[in-house]
Design a protein around this ligand. Structure first.
Ligand code: NAD
Length: 311
């Protein structure tokens, strides 16, 4: 029996890339899957029927799936995602907010439509799909639900030329922390994945640097590396885990630090500028030491079993 037997999942942007891999693995583990995708280009333009192809592929392999081709960055699209799950599969247990687009430009060249399009699909998309699901969980008393959101190192660390995408992805991390608090008492966990995988979103970035992507690169760093962690987070095994950010890429799974105060000094009155001349360097020094410790602690511990062999 699969770890998602009896569960219903809705995955946005599941027509290709990371979303498709999650849809296939969720179905393999017994979930009935609503495969959402409007099938646009990387910049969000256009549509096609790729959600139908993934749903058909799941059904051909004996699973249960239905395609949903709506734009998840509209309130109506988010509501119809939930309605599709309820009408076809009798409810919804797992929402994965994965759909995404890119419009990379430095701020100098960032037009209003590039800013709005990226914030809309990522940040508003998370809102549009999560709000109906949150209301449904509360109204129906649906237990053991899961929301899995998609952030990025672009927003968590920063990445040149992605102020729109980075703002949306940092916003998603903040959104997830709040949602975890609000839905915790209804037994719903909310976690965030920061993935790295070779997909149509990232392959062109490599190619622009003059690097080629081989078949072996796709095996080593493809989107199938993200699906097992998402599946595990969606399963009963992860019922006690919420408000966390997991970094997942080519065989690596890591837990990320959340914003926290590293060092502080307290006065009984407001600081003078002269005092800040003295204390700001102490704060920056504390931050530097903390960064060094974190960089060391975050280095991957290599797990030999399964690394190129089954033994
Ligand atoms: N690939 C990476 O290395 C990487 C890194 C960091 C974050 N991410 C995030 O992971 C998620 C998946 O990315 P991917 O690499 O698989 O990209 P992808 O382009 O392969 O897939 C994204 C899918 O989302 C769909 N989509 C876009 N806008 C939509 C909308 N409004 N409604 C419905 N569907 C829509 C697209 O049609 C596409 O099929 C994204 O949120 C992305 O930002 C990916």
């Amino acid at each position: 029996m699969g770890v998602l037997e009896g569960k219903v999942a809705a995955i946005t942007g599941a027509g290709r890339g990371i979303g498709r891999e999650m849809a296939i693995m969720f179905a393999h583990e017994g979930a009935k899957v609503v495969v959402n995708d409007l099938g646009g280009a990387t910049d969000g333009s256009g549509t096609d029927g790729i959600a139908d192809d993934v749903a058909a592929e799941i059904i051909a392999h004996g699973g249960e799936a239905i395609a949903h081709r709506e734009d998840i960055a509209t309130v109506a699209g988010g509501e119809s995602l939930l309605a599709t799950a309820c009408e076809h599969f009798g409810g919804l247990d797992i929402l994965v907010n994965n759909a995404g687009i890119l419009r990379d430009r430095t701020l100098f060249n960032m037009e209003e439509q590039d800013w709005d399009a990226v914030i809309r699909v990522h940040l508003k998309g998370h809102y549009c799909c999560s709000r109906p699901f949150a209301r449904y969980i509360r109204e129906q008393g649906r237990n053991h639900c899961r929301i899995i959101n998609f952030s990025s190192v672009s927003g968590l660390f920063g990445n040149f030329g992605q102020s729109n995408y980075g703002a949306a992805k940092a916003g998603i991390a903040g959104f997830s922390r709040v949602l975890a608090l609000e839905l915790g008492k209804y037994g719903c966990t909310v976690n965030t994945i920061s993935p790295a995988a070779l997909t149509r979103m990232t392959i062109p970035l490599r190619e622009r640097r003059g690097e080629t992507v081989s078949e072996q690169d796709l095996i080593d760093s493809g989107p199938h590396h993200i699906a097992p962690v998402a599946t595990w987070l969606a399963s009963e095994a992860a019922g006690h885990i919420s408000s966390q950010i997991f970094h997942v890429a080519n065989g690596l799974v890591g837990i990320m630090q959340q914003p926290a105060i590293i060092a502080s000094f307290q006065h009984e009155r407001a600081w003078t500028l002269e005092e800040l001349d003295e204390y700001m360097p102490k704060l920056l020094q504390a931050k530097k030491e903390h960064d060094r410790e974190t960089a060391e602690a975050g280095k991957p511990v290599m797990i030999k079993a399964g690394w190129g062999s089954q033994n």
